[in-house]
Design a protein around this ligand. Structure first.
Ligand code: CP3
Length: 353
């Protein structure tokens, strides 16, 4: 029997440009509340952040969806908001409501954050790297292990607003009133997240995803805010990580950036792949980007709740749109707690038929 090599992992093959068919699959938020075994560990852990910072728990919930469904990629269980927490802007998760932080409203709060090179940041995050090391040892060899972080604009928007406001008015407002301050915050986040991703690679991840979940609040008008606050800082992160981890594979998910924005992700950030949200027509996007560009996505999470023929049709549409092109199958945003497990099984059976 021939020896399987690391680069033979299906998701890594796609990220290096190979059109694997049917495409390998994982889903965003694949470890989560739709799984009874997740809810059981979540209850034992107490708070959501205790779950993230306790390697025994984080490893266990990361492995759950791999055991159950055999996804081709496993994403480390953590959250993008461990970064503000590590910068000493403490984060709490309120049951049924979401994350809460003390809002960063001006220079005073910014000056209280830890500097990017403060070793305390990475002492705080040590359990995350420990979880990565254990995961790489425990996962099936062929499963790609993904690390991740939030993009600077998305993380900054939670830091500034103190929560996920619908239209990110506080962060856009601050970017208008005090652009120098927001720029300094973005720059701090770029530096910290480069180090954070490099350490995830050193601990054993095969590739990473950068979540720009709030790209949709940055209009292309007004001097191309999307470039200024999102794509340019992400490009610095991509280059900064690759300078230290040559050939590092990076996916960028720029939710809400529209067909035009999605088409710009790979050329403007230097990422290896664009994660496509559910609002974009995948066939239309594929038609306007080079055949060699790697895509990921993009079944609507609500269609996965619905199941049945609607789900079959959505899976078939993705298969059809990406045939002969490098693609990683996923949803167009995170899986929701009310998703029936049988629908996930049906989706994967249909994809792999
Ligand atoms: O994808 C995975 O399975 C990996 C783990 C992961 C989580 N959050 C676990 C989580 C990842 C990659 C994230 C990213 C994340 N976190 C994003 C970007 C992706 C996106 O969804 O757009 C954002 C914006 C956050 C911030 C965040 N974390 C919010 C707004 C919330 C509350 C909303 C909710 O669903 O409750 C969280 C909590 C969170 N992060 C949960 C999970 C499984 C649910 C918390 C719980 O179990 O109580």
């Amino acid at each position: 029997m021939s020896q399987l090599r690391r680069e033979d992992r299906a998701v890594l093959r796609v990220l290096s440009g190979e059109a694997v068919f049917p495409p390998p699959a994982w889903v965003m938020r694949q470890a989560g509340r739709y799984l009874p075994e997740y809810r059981e560990v979540r209850a034992r852990a107490g708070s959501f952040l205790d779950l993230c910072y306790t390697p025994d728990y984080a490893v266990e919930v990361t492995l759950q969806p791999i055991r159950r469904f055999g996804f081709e990629a496993s994403i480390l269980f953590s959250d993008i908001l461990v970064i503000p927490d590590a910068l000493d802007q403490r984060v709490r998760f309120v049951e049924g409501e979401g994350p809460r932080l003390d809002p960063l409203e001006g220079r005073a709060e910014f000056d209280r954050l830890r500097q990017a090179d403060d070793p305390a940041i990475f002492t705080h995050l040590a359990p995350v790297f420990e979880a990565v090391r254990r995961l790489r040892a425990e996962l099936p060899f062929e499963t790609t292990l993904l690390g991740f972080c939030g993009a600077p604009w998305t993380v900054a928007s939670y830091m500034i607003g103190g929560r996920g406001t619908p239209d990110l008015a506080p962060s856009r407002d601050l970017a208008r009133r005090e652009p120098e301050l927001v720029k300094a915050l973005i720059d701090r986040l770029v530096d910290v997240q480069i180090e954070y991703l490099v350490r995830q690679f050193e601990a054993g991840v095969d590739a990473v995803q950068i979540f720009e979940s709030h790209a949709g609040t940055l209009p292309e008008t007004q001097g191309d805010a999307l470039k200024q606050w999102s794509f340019e800082p992400i490009a610095r992160m991509v280059a900064g990580v690759r300078a230290r981890v040559p050939g590092a594979r990076i996916i960028v998910f720029a939710r809400g950036s529209g067909l035009e924005g999605h088409a710009r992700v790979v050329p403007e950030t230097g990422a290896d792949a664009v994660g496509v949200d559910w609002s974009v027509d995948l066939a239309e996007l594929r038609a306007r980007i080079p055949d060699t560009t790697v895509t990921q996505g993009n079944v609507h999470p609500d269609v996965l709740i619905e199941g049945g023929e609607a789900l079959d049709a959505a899976v078939d549409a993705v298969r059809e749109a990406v045939k002969g092109r490098p693609h990683i199958f996923n949803l167009g945003h995170g899986i929701t707690p009310q998703t029936p497990i049988a629908h996930v099984e049906r989706m994967l059976a249909r994809l792999r038929r």
